[in-house]
Design a binder for this molecule. Sequence first.
Ligand code: FA5
Length: 353
Amino acid sequence: MGDPKDLRDQLMEKVNEVKEHFKEALAELKNLEDLKRIRARFIGPKGEVSELMKSLKTLPKEIVRELGRSLNQLKEEISKHLSELEKKLGEEILRKRLLEERKDLSVRYKPTYTPSIHPLTRIMRELKEVFMGLGFEVVEGPELEEEYYNFDGLNIPSDHPARDMWDSFWVRPGYLLRSHTSPVQVRVMTTRKPPFKVVSLGKCYRRDDLDPTHSFQFHQIEGFIVDKGITFAHLKGVLMEFASRVFGGKRKVKLIPSYFPFTEPSAEVAIDCFRCGGKDPHCPICKGEGWIEVLGAGMIHPNVLSNAGISPQEWTGFAFGMGIERIAMLKYQIDDIRLFYENRLDFLKQFSA
Ligand code: FA5
């Protein structure tokens, strides 16, 4: 055996060489496989550090103690370094995989048609635009309504027979799901001073059975003007303009006498058939009659104005309320109201243009 000091120096040099090798190996590391290989090469049972440890066995105690400590320290450092790297690599690999999977999902998703706007949303947007173009402002009213606004304020006291027709879902005494959009008239009249020119669109509820033209939940658009000198002629003019903007061409409007407790006189309004003009006895829209009923309307009843604190001597107004599903059915030639709510793709994709 040579001089212990030389031996110690030689071994220390080897320890430093192992450190250098480790650094070099790390510079080449690319993935978890490389990391496994490096761990085995340096601190595995037959690794460089372990071999050096084995070579200490035959050496004097003081060298074994000193070098043993350095080698243990080196082994610990390598092990710690590799564990940290392993964690980082693992996270990176996971992140990459997730990104790839995400990319994959979008690659596999091939819509078979262009997604579309629901026909009711589409017609509501169009109606809003048409009436805004005619100078109306759009306001919203609550679907859960107070009895007063739904009935009493509209000249329908609790013993009035018209309540039956518009009775709805009572949530608790005094509160119901509104049965029409007309309560918005009362809300606006009681909170603002005329003149006003308003439309309001939204859901209504009635205890009606489902059939091709009725649903327990449907949509209406309410329109009303209160100003000085408003007459039936203004109502007719607005409705003719609405009809020609929504259904195209110059449309004729027919007023048929009717009854609503909150308008006097009242009318049902029909427009001339934009499909056949009454010439096709098999027309799916007018059935050959030439006229299509679209809404209820009339001059706002003086009681409604005075209930809201507006003088009927000074102000007059008209109001109309139409079923939005009805307008969409006419415009898009849809023969069953239930199609709007069933979310069937074959129906909806027709509106993707
Ligand atoms: C009213 O609801 C009145 N508030 C309209 C009104 C407003 C008149 C302002 C005068 C002045 P009516 O019950 O007729 O009226 O309903 C109006 C429209 O709502 C009907 O023409 C129809 O298109 C639609 N509608 C009514 N009930 C249903 C239902 N169950 N399902 C689908 N649409 C309905």
